[in-house]
Design a binder for this molecule. Structure first.
Ligand code: B1M
Length: 213
């Protein structure tokens, strides 16, 4: 016999948006806690999607549709979770660097992080180095996630990290960088705490980095 949390996971993985919404509502009406629906249904489901994406068993369109299904479920849970004071996995400020307007990869990373239970403050595109640090301080974020798709905009990542290093909150905030032209070598060179080559790996790295705080 399958239970409703299995059904939520299965429908999330297959991107059945209306079914995930309906099942999430049913689970809540059956007195399953919002936290359990979130962790055992939505987050576990999105974790399976992330692993399949990493192994190239599924591709970007499937991930995006699963993320939409996740959002449909989250929309039901968010007001309940907010009232019950359940803490997010961590707070992340994310954006695309100054001079760069590409946002598809950044959005994917943001969605996967949200899927893993992180609270996301998405600053958008063309974000100045100062803005990343200011926003992280304002929001009490533990992680700044910076995306760059252009070789010309990559140096702006270094500036953001330099500004953070000079600030009082350096030991409270980690940094992760990524995007097609970014490499582990570049991340090391600019002093980023982490690098991830894709959205699913970004979730693993974010969890690892926050574990070190
Ligand atoms: Co542009 N573009 N583009 N573009 N564009 C590229 C990036 C390019 C490689 C194309 C090419 O020449 N072959 C090239 C960059 C060359 C370089 O510098 N290395 C390029 C260029 C040159 C330009 C313009 C300068 C073109 C022009 O005007 N002459 C211009 C720049 C505008 C600007 O930003 N100032 C430009 C404009 C555009 C569009 C607006 C038309 C559009 C962007 C639309 C949008 O994002 N809303 C666009 C697009 C779509 C592309 C390509 C075709 C696709 C990018 C994409 O979305 N990929 C791209 C060529 C290509 O990659 N094939 C190209 C899908 C996305 C899911 O992958 O973003 O790599 P990606 O994200 C991955 C990983 O990189 C990683 O996870 C994601 C998936 O798991 N990742 C992270 C991303 N961010 C991460 C952050 C992390 C961790 C992982 O931690 C924080």
């Amino acid at each position: 016999m399958t239970n409703i949390l299995d059904d939520i996971r299965k429908n999330l993985i297959s991107g059945n948006i209306s079914k995930v919404k309906e099942l999430t509502e049913t689970a809540i009406s059956e007195n399953i806690s919002a936290e359990e629906v979130l962790n055992k249904g939505l987050i576990e489901g999105m974790g399976i999607v992330g692993e399949a994406f990493k192994k190239c068993e599924i591709y970007i369109p499937e991930v995006l549709i699963a993320a939409k299904a996740m959002h449909a479920g989250l929309a039901i849970l968010e007001p309940i979770l907010a009232k019950s004071g359940v803490e997010p996995t961590g707070k992340v400020v994310i954006g695309t660097v100054k001079g760069d307007l590409h946002d598809i990869g950044k959005n994917l990373v943001a969605m996967m992080l949200k899927g893993a239970g992180f609270q996301i403050f998405d600053l958008g595109i063309d974000i100045s180095p100062e803005k990343f640090v200011e926003a992280a301080n304002e929001r009490g974020a533990q992680l700044i996630a910076i995306s760059s798709l252009l070789t010309t905009s990559m140096p702006s990542m270094r500036t953001a990290i330099d500004i953070l290093k000079k600030s009082d909150t350096r030991n409270k905030i980690k940094t992760i960088v990524g995007g097609a032209p970014v490499t582990q070598g570049f991340a090391d060179e600019i002093g980023a705490d982490g690098y991830a080559k894709d959205a699913a790996s970004a979730v693993d790295k974010a969890k690892e980095l926050l574990g070190k705080l």
